[in-house]
Ligand binder design. Structure first.
Ligand code: T4K
Length: 366
């Protein structure tokens, strides 16, 4: 019998029949891209849902980061984290910016604000922290340091859709925040993303940048790029938005069920969320330390042999990839340790308790 395979995630999709009227509208109007009606509607509905003043949809999170850096004219060096998906650093390289990697806080797994000032040089122009697994960064500490040193802050908020901290949406912190709507994210538009900004002027500028720099029919004022979201993805986003609250609720239950089954297992720990008023439960990382009878990689392989395809996000560290090896000037012991211990267990909204039981019993060797 073929073993069922359970992946780290499974995209949530609306009912196909609910998509048909949207497709009919696209087919009838023949507007399939370039700031069409669904694109406009999704920007409005998302800014309302997320509680953010301005949002500009883009074709994916990576382009979002590249455009965000370009919009703020960031140059020189940017302080960032090695514990992220490689796109965080790649977005800097694509803007000819040098990423300067500092260590993470071992509790939040986000860039450690205490390490920022030691990494600032005359060339530093910004900080690019990541809300890893949707766990909010210490936004207040980062803001204080940024203000004091006249630095911009661009949050890679790819994991932080809908997350709220002590003062509302986490996406309202920093100069810009960038979301990913990739298939593997809590909210997906197949591929997609968005840049959140706080004023109309910046939104207009970003809208121009993602459309080749056009400011009128025959006027190009910036060296823009094609970063537009199309009408199909926008329509899909409108449908996804209708089910997002119940999806997040289901994920919350899964998160809780995992924690209950895994508590008190010597050598396995879970991430404790900090300063999170509302989470999105996008990932379920566990950390395997020396007290556990198997190494992290043994447990990872054992799960795989049983059809459970967790992922070691984020191992290797970004600084282990060849193009970033020589950028590491500081010690990063916390990031190294966490990257060697992590396994993200499967989590998605339609996951049932039986699957969680199965995964946990493999871990517990029952
Ligand atoms: N910054 C951060 C912090 C990020 O995490 C990401 C993306 C970005 C920036 C860039 O955003 P985008 O440009 O992608 O919008 C995945 C995703 O491709 C990537 O979006 C994501 N982070 C990263 C953490 O994970 P892979 O290489 O692990 O994906 P893949 O294809 O192995 O997918 C994982 C599992 O998900 C599969 O085993 C099965 C399931 N899956 C995947 C896809 C694509 C599906 O069931 N259906 C699907 O269509 O990178």
């Amino acid at each position: 019998m073929k073993k069922t395979q359970i992946y780290v995630t499974q995209p949530s999709l609306p009912d196909l029949k609910d998509l048909v009227p949207y497709l009919e509208q696209i087919w009838n109007s023949k507007i399939i891209s370039n700031n069409g009606p669904f694109h406009k509607q999704l920007e409005d509905e998302l800014s309302n849902y997320l509680g953010v003043p301005y949002i500009s949809l883009v074709s994916n999170g990576t382009i979002g980061l590249i455009v965000a850096l370009n919009a703020l004219k960031i140059k020189g060096e940017v302080i960032t984290t090695p514990y992220s998906f490689v796109a965080t650093a790649h977005s800097l390289k694509w803007n000819n910016i040098k990423p300067v990697f500092i260590d993470i806080d071992p509790n939040t797994l986000n860039l450690d604000p205490k390490k920022i000032e030691g990494a600032i040089t005359a060339n530093t122009s910004a900080i690019m922290p990541v809300h890893v697994y949707g766990n909010p960064c210490d936004v207040d500490a980062i803001e204080t340091i940024a203000k004091k040193n006249n630095l911009k802050v661009i949050y890679d908020a790819s994991h932080a859709f809908g997350v709220k901290c002590h003062c509302g949406s986490i996406l309202n912190h920093g100069d810009l925040s960038v979301l990913s709507f990739h298939a593997t994210k809590v909210f997906n538009t197949f591929e997609g993303g968005a840049i959140i900004c706080q004023d109309k002027k910046t939104k207009t500028y970003i809208d121009q940048l993602k459309n080749f720099g056009f400011t009128g029919e025959i006027t190009v004022e910036q060296t823009g790029i094609n970063g537009k979201m199309n009408e199909f993805s926008s329509a899909l986003g409108l449908l996804q938005l209708k089910q997002i609250n119940s999806n997040i609720q289901s994920r919350k239950k899964i998160d809780k069920a995992y924690r209950k089954r895994l508590e008190n297992i010597l050598g396995i720990s879970c991430l404790n969320y900090t300063n999170m008023e509302k989470g999105n439960y996008s990932y379920f990382p566990i950390f395997v330390d020396k007290k556990f009878p198997l190494s992290r990689d043994h447990l990872y392989q054992k799960l795989k042999q049983n059809g459970i395809y967790g992922r070691r996000y984020f191992f290797p560290l970004i600084t282990d990839f060849p193009m970033y090896k020589d950028h590491l000037e500081k010690e990063i012991p916390n990031a190294k340790r966490i990257a060697s211990q992590v396994i993200c267990l499967p989590i998605y909204d339609s996951m049932n308790l039986k699957t969680i039981d199965k995964i946990c019993s493999i871990i517990l060797n029952k």
